[in-house]
Design a protein around this ligand. Structure first.
Ligand code: BLA
Length: 519
């Protein structure tokens, strides 16, 4: 990790965001030794505000003097519970004497290297939810079970969380294999421009942040325009920066703050979506003013996030299975066109009629078929000469009659002129001499991505001084995915097996013909 001073837009994945030495100001932090003394070794400098004692008064004291023996015992018991039920964060309500008056706090406790971190937030003034937590969960589960596919389920989750939390915008954000992201569902206040369908580059949520979010499932930024509060150490102690990876108050990277400020966002809440220890997405909530969410609701969100994550994974598998069956039936159909028609002109005629099956089976926007010296083009394709050149190039690279690329123009110079319509190409030979073949084409991703809104509008401040904004993100994302198509998925490639029977049939026919001739 680099020193904070040396972080800029080019190396933000090196920013040590787990040791900022700062917290957000809506709570306070104490770090105490793990022995029976519970000696306060570090604390945030805003303690007077909450406990009526300055950091100088607190540092070196035992925590027992602040919370009393009884609550200390409870706290240690709570931490001990970890042995039976390994969890990272422990929650507890505290009653603390603040200058003669009892104040209530909500405490979050976790171990950080050799210290125990206790974070205190004032307990919420009596929160009377309109409906009970149990009803929320019940209704969320019931509605979720009624959704038919993954996108519908995501949309429902966004809407339900919007209702429950009352943020101005709630999005379900999904990562691709390269960690670029896309908004796949959104619930928002009507007057806001939509972000649904927007794409962002991997660098918007850098690697170390994603690693942190795998451990720490829920984060809030209560007020994007906050002044961070320093964490200070007991004088003459080791003065090692406190590891705040799991801290709920951890101060956020200034680069991310700049991004949110440029977007006009006032507060965020994000929930990690994890399956099999892999972060596959996030639920991100934006509010256009500061917003605090009570711990009770945060815990509920954490739980719902978990449920939603596994629910969505199951749906993904179901969607994949159904689409594999669909693709297979299309492939079967296309195969029967070749096998069922004896003359090549009949084959071409039939393909013309059923070109949607041919294109849909490979989710392609164009296809070329060369069969018995005839060439037919369907949808958007390069020109005939270009296709013949491409086929010659692909034939040499093919294995078991197949070659495919999702970055064709980067591999084959001849494809540069038509990369917008054919950044992806999938070649399948239909005869053992490679004279017959199909090539499917997919356009450059950038050509098909639609912004639901005008990306220009996503920038609120439009002067040149804006370094980080969704608009800049989009430019960067475009750059990252330039010259690539959507990837050819393995379930799509599997369906080529059916079409290969055409080759087998043909070689069998040739063998029979040769036999007949020799008799
Ligand atoms: C963190 N970036 C994040 C987070 C999100 C995003 C959701 C998690 C922190 C949070 O808000 O809770 C990105 N948020 C988005 C995106 C959308 C959204 C894409 O709502 C789309 C709608 N960010 C940049 C660039 C850098 C960067 C260029 O855009 C670096 C140069 C850094 N983002 C960055 C860092 C963090 C972050 C360092 C970690 C913040 C932290 O937890 O301290």
């Amino acid at each position: 990790f680099l020193l904070k001073e040396n972080i800029d837009l080019t190396n933000c994945d090196k920013e040590p965001i787990h040791i900022p030495g700062l917290i957000q100001p809506h709570g306070m932090l104490l770090a105490v030794t793990q022995d029976m003394d519970l000696r306060i070794m570090q604390c945030s400098v805003n303690t007077s505000e909450f406990l009526g004692q300055t950091p100088e008064e607190l540092l070196g004291k035992s925590l027992i003097e602040i919370i009393g023996a009884e609550q200390m015992d409870q706290m240690l018991l709570e931490i001990k519970r970890q042995e039976q039920d390994p969890i990272d964060l422990h929650y507890m309500n505290f009653k603390i004497d603040v200058m003669g008056e009892i104040s209530e706090f909500y405490g979050i406790i976790h171990e950080s290297e050799d210290l125990i971190i206790l974070e205190l937030e004032p307990a919420e003034a009596s929160t009377t939810p309109t409906i009970s937590d149990f009803e929320w969960i019940q209704s969320f589960f019931r509605k979720m079970k009624q959704t038919e596919n993954r996108i519908e389920a995501s949309q429902l989750a966004a809407e339900q969380l919007k209702l429950m939390l009352d943020y101005d915008r709630v999005m379900v954000y999904e990562f691709d294999e390269q960690w670029n992201g896309k908004v796949i569902a959104e619930a928002k206040e009507q007057e806001l421009e939509p972000f649904l369908g927007h794409h962002y580059p991997a660098s918007d949520i850098p690697k170390q942040a994603r690693e942190l979010y795998l451990r720490n499932w829920l984060r809030t930024i209560v007020d994007v325009n906050y002044t961070p509060v320093k964490v200070m150490s007991l004088p003459n102690s080791e003065n090692k920066p406190l590891n705040l990876s799991l801290s709920i108050l951890r101060s956020v990277s200034p680069l991310h703050i700049e991004y949110l400020q440029n977007m006009g966002v006032g507060a965020t809440l994000t929930i990690s979506l994890i399956h099999e220890n892999k972060l596959w997405g996030m639920i991100t909530c934006h509010h256009y003013a500061p917003k605090y969410v009570t711990h009770r609701v945060r815990n509920l969100c954490n739980f719902l996030g978990n449920f939603f994550s596994s629910e969505l994974f199951q749906r993904q598998q179901l969607d994949d299975y159904q689409s594999e069956i669909h693709v297979k039936s299309l492939a079967n159909h296309v195969t029967s066109i070749f096998i069922g028609n004896t003359s090549s002109s009949k084959v071409m005629e039939q393909l013309e009629l059923e070109q949607s099956a041919l294109l849909e089976m490979m989710n392609a926007s164009g296809a070329a078929v060369v069969y018995h010296n005839k060439t037919a083009l369907f949808g958007k394709t390069p020109m005939i000469d270009q296709i013949h050149d491409l086929a010659a190039w692909m034939k040499h690279r093919s294995k078991e009659y197949v070659y495919y690329s999702s970055a064709l123009s980067l591999e084959f110079e001849g494809a540069i002129p038509y990369k917008d319509i054919a950044s992806g190409a999938l070649y399948l030979a239909l005869s053992s001499d490679y004279k017959d073949y199909i090539i499917w084409f997919r356009p450059e991703v950038v050509q098909v991505v639609h912004w639901a809104g005008d990306p220009e509008k996503a920038v609120l401040k439009e002067n040149d001084g804006v370094r980080l904004s969704p608009r800049k993100s989009f430019e960067k994302w475009k750059h990252v995915v330039q010259s690539t198509s959507l990837p050819w998925k393995s379930r799509e490639l599997r369906s080529l097996g059916d079409l290969k029977t055409i080759i087998l049939r043909q070689t069998e026919n040739q063998r029979r013909q040769a036999e007949e001739e020799s008799q």
